[in-house]
Design a protein around this ligand. Structure first.
Ligand SMILES: Nc1ncnc2c1ncn2[C@@H]1O[C@H](COP(=O)(O)OP(=O)(O)OP(=O)(O)O)[C@@H](O)[C@H]1O
Length: 282
């Protein structure tokens, strides 16, 4: 149950950007929505929860294996009850976001969680200690429904699901929704699906609209599809090698514009939710 003080103080909203299918635009969305929110004056922490470290690399740290400490070190400290110093392991990106980086050691960490007490909530315990510093915390999830993704869902208030429009994975989506619902029932009752984001849309033809309609038909209005969808563009593909956001790489392009509009939509939804929660507490 959220407390009034938390809502008024806008204690950091944690969003897991998740889809167990690979290459659906999770990392690109985390990076550009995160930087979009920072450009709107919000304090943002991005957390790379994927041992592939795509988010870390994409933000301009091309050799994540040389970074220390990373998320796996912080999680190890939580597991062994060691103190974490303020700001420890948090990098400050020139575009105004903070980053907890990852590297391949996180894969070993995931395996070792099997023997840990409260293994689903190690990430949550870490984030609870830094949450008050941020308005938004975005978690870039790995393409699997393993223990790191369960940790992300346990720590999250809500979930954004990027879906590559032309490969609507009806079955995959079903499995993901089941996992989200299971975590919600068993561990994290406040978890909500914020919305499905259509990514790499080839053109604003009827196709994207058909997919949105199909999702609504199949999931009976329970799942919101963001009004904004992200167009496909080679300029978006280039950013991971550039180490900067689409706003710096191609500020006037269609993908930058789409992430700008998505940022506004996310902020409006957050504000509506905040008002609703405050009304409920009256
Ligand atoms: N709007 C876009 N237009 C064109 N290419 C894109 C777009 N968004 C992402 N890509 C490219 O698609 C690929 C997958 O994107 P991304 O890494 O964001 O997906 P992901 O879901 O995080 O992948 P993984 O599951 O491997 O973590 C990358 O090569 C990325 O550069």
């Amino acid at each position: 149950m959220q407390k009034r003080g938390d809502i008024v103080a806008k204690k950091g909203t944690v969003t897991a950007v998740v889809n167990q299918k690979g290459g659906t635009g999770k990392t690109t969305t985390c990076e550009n929505l995160g930087i979009g929110l920072a450009m709107e004056g919000k304090k943002v922490l991005l957390v790379d929860t994927d041992p592939q470290a795509s988010l870390t690399i994409s933000l301009g740290y091309p050799m994540p294996d040389r970074i220390s400490p990373t998320l796996s070190d912080l999680m190890k400290k939580i597991v062994s009850d060691q103190p974490i110093e303020s700001g420890e392991g948090i990098l400050h990106h020139p575009e105004g976001v903070d980053l907890v980086p990852a590297n391949i050691e996180l894969a070993g960490m995931e395996v070792s969680l099997v023997n840990v007490m409260s293994r689903e909530s190690v990430l949550k315990q870490y984030l609870d200690s830094v949450k008050k510093e941020y308005d938004f915390i975005l978690l870039d999830c790995m393409p699997s429904l393993g223990m790191l993704t369960i940790n992300a869902l346990t720590a999250a208030d809500n979930v954004i699901i990027p879906v590559q429009a032309q490969y609507l994975p009806a079955k995959g989506l079903e499995q993901l929704l089941q996992t989200v619902n299971k975590v919600k029932r068993q561990i994290n009752p406040k978890l909500r699906i914020e919305g499905i984001l259509l990514t790499m849309v080839d053109s604003r033809t009827n196709y994207a609209k058909d997919i949105s309609a199909l999702i609504r038909e199949n999931y009976g209005g329970k799942l919101k599809v963001y009004q904004t969808d992200i167009p496909r563009s080679v300029r978006a593909e280039e950013i991971s090698a550039e180490g900067k956001s689409i706003f710096r790489h191609d500020p006037k392009g269609k993908v930058a514009e789409a992430y700008r509009v998505l940022t506004k939509e996310v902020l409006q939804n957050a504000e509506k939710r905040r008002k609703r929660q405050l009304e409920q507490l009256r």
